[in-house]
Design a protein around this ligand. Structure first.
Ligand code: PEP
Ligand code: MG
Length: 578
């Protein structure tokens, strides 16, 4: 028996069969297709082509700043080759003229290119042969995996070096029951992690040496925060213990569900307002189930990421209307965060400037202020939909007061335009900002006089306070929201906001974290936004504590030396409450 530790992304216990993703040996079979099926076969190729491109783009975006420029350029070259009209037309005509399956045609066409380039003397061209070989393999892998791997994953725990968001989505759309995921790479706030949470797949990341180990028989994946690990060759006794524990968890989930219609109220009667985060269509499907007070964070970038080009005002209006309806309409509130792209989030149709350190570069409000017409389209859409509704605007990645003033000026221009056009819109819309950059905490009293509300983005705030990349597994030990420096910042912000009577909520991943919830309540933060899946557990915690007791934690937490101490205090307070 062996216990291998990792970082929990979505909690649960899975007992099941492993599926270790190895480097695939490509087994390309040739078969003939009917003339009537040519279009279908070309479509298969186009889907594989798009998936290959989005995989490379994802890689390129997540590696920005982590590898050198030459290595990044290789990925750019790969993308260029995949857009090469000659290559694409050779593959298309290979399928339609030779009536042969796509993977065989790709293999042959790519093979010809490799041969041609590898004979050339210039080492630059010889390198191109390697690039083309790599791309060919990726394309063929996508064509083959469409049939093979997804089905093989059904009912299994996937173990891999890394997993792409597109893979999880594809499995979900095809109805594949992926029981759990274990990866070497990735961190809690990476996109694949956020997706794993949305799909409620117990996931463990940062597990070293997966591929060097032998995986067979039944394994146990325990992604509960405290002892998150994957267990190889469990003894009969351990297995038995886990079966009992799993049953207990299932029972607990049923108990949580019973809280669905009960308020999130402490034992001494303090109401905590719970909102949900929406970052894609999957979350939207879920909010019908649990969405007590509304949507606390609509990550509007998902609309831009899912579009072919910057979405029009009308298209955005349609989506905001849909979210408002889906969350339960009037009586609830919807906070729309304006476009937050840059750093780890990019658009396929827009080339962001090359920056050595994109997390400190053009992102969030910095981007929209630099692209006024994109910003204006979004503000128009929000203002118009918000007419007669409880909808608020929130700006991401605010750093300086002048940015807020510049945004205000643009908003006023947009209102004037709408007025002149005779369009109805919400005149007195509330404006809030995300607290993600330490400067906002340090100047909280100044900002508090300018905004209607604050929402703390703990994902970025942690990264910027601790100077630890939220996506990097290399510094995952430094990236820790329980660090007392982060908690002190949150408390400072809360105190300054209270002085000016401004509301504060938390909408980063910590907003749904059981221990962190107690810390926030102790600081007087009573508005939390989280994934819909975490609402029942949050309710259960809140209903099992008294605010009077929780408040006593504040001084102890703020006096802690390190995150270890913070965890101890919170764990102790949570004992017996979950
Ligand atoms: C955050 O930074 O905490 C946040 C909610 O924004 P995002 O995760 O979308 O960057
Ligand atoms: Mg953020």
């Amino acid at each position: 028996m062996e216990r291998i530790k990792g970082k929990s992304i979505f909690e649960g216990i899975v007992i099941g069969e492993p599926y270790l993703r190895k480097k695939k040996v490509l087994n390309i079979k040739e078969y003939k297709i009917d003339e009537a099926d040519v279009e279908k076969e070309i479509n298969r190729f186009i889907v594989a082509l798009e998936e290959t491109k989005s995989e490379i783009r994802f890689l390129k975006n997540s590696l920005k700043g982590k590898i050198n420029d030459d290595e990044l350029k290789i990925l750019k070259v790969h993308l260029m080759v995949l857009d090469d009209p000659v290559l694409l037309s050779e593959i298309n005509s290979g399928i339609s003229k030779r009536l042969t399956n796509a993977e065989k045609v790709v293999d042959t066409v790519v093979g010809n290119y490799i041969e041609m380039f590898s004979k050339l003397k210039d080492p630059v061209y010889r390198q191109r042969a390697l690039d083309i070989k790599d791309i060919g393999e990726k394309l063929i892998n996508h064509l083959l995996s469409e049939k093979r791997e997804l089905e093989d994953l059904d009912g299994k725990i996937l173990l891999a070096k890394e997993v792409f968001p597109s893979e999880l989505l594809k499995a979900h759309h095809k109805g594949i029951d992926l029981k759990g995921v274990v990866t070497e790479h990735g961190g809690d706030t990476s996109h694949v992690a956020i997706l794993a949470k949305a799909l409620k797949i117990p996931t463990l990341m940062g597990v070293r040496g997966i591929k060097q180990m032998k995986w067979e028989g039944t394994i146990i994946l325990d992604t509960r925060k405290d002892n998150s690990c994957v267990i190889k060759d469990p003894s009969a006794e351990v297995l038995e213990g886990y079966i009992a524990e799993k049953n207990r968890l299932n029972q607990q989930t049923k108990e949580y569900e019973k809280l669905r219609d009960l308020p999130a109220e402490t034992m001494d009667g303090e109401r905590i307002n719970l909102y949900v985060n929406v970052g894609g269509n999957l979350d939207l499907e879920e909010i019908g189930k649990q969405c007590p007070e509304g949507v606390g964070l609509l990550r509007s970038e998902f609309i831009y990421i899912d579009s072919e080009f910057f979405p029009s005002e009308e298209k955005q209006m349609e989506i905001y209307e849909r979210v408002y309806k889906q969350m339960g309409g009037d009586g609830k509130s919807l906070t729309i965060r304006t476009l937050d792209i840059g750093a780890d989030k990019n658009l396929d149709y827009y080339e962001m400037p090359e920056e050595i350190n994109p997390s400190l570069g053009l992102r969030g409000l910095r981007f929209t202020l630099a692209h006024e017409s994109i910003f204006k389209d979004q503000l128009r859409a929000i203002l118009r939909v918000a007419h007669g509704k409880n909808i608020k605007i929130m700006y991401p990645m605010v750093t300086n007061l002048w940015e807020l003033e510049a945004a205000e000026e643009i908003l006023n221009d947009v209102k004037a335009e709408l007025r002149a056009e005779g369009k109805t819109f919400k005149e007195d819309i509330e404006i809030g900002i995300m607290v993600e950059v330490p400067s906002v905490v340090l100047l909280a009293d100044v900002f508090a006089q300018k905004v209607d509300f604050f929402s703390i983005g703990t994902n970025d705030l942690t990264q910027y306070i601790l100077a630890a990349d939220r996506q990097s597994s290399e510094v995952a030990n430094l990236y820790d929201g329980y660090d007392p420096a982060v908690l002190r910042a949150i408390n400072m912000l809360s105190e300054a906001a209270a002085k000016y009577g401004k509301k504060v909520s938390v909408c980063g991943e910590m907003g749904g974290d059981p221990m962190a919830i107690l810390a926030f309540m102790s600081f007087g933060i009573f508005d939390l936004s989280m994934l819909s899946a975490f609402v029942p557990r949050a309710k259960s915690i809140i209903r099992n504590v008294s605010l009077e007791e929780v408040r006593k934690l504040k001084d102890e937490l703020l006096a802690s030396k390190d995150s270890e101490e913070v965890r101890e205090i919170l764990k102790r307070s949570l004992r017996g409450k979950l």
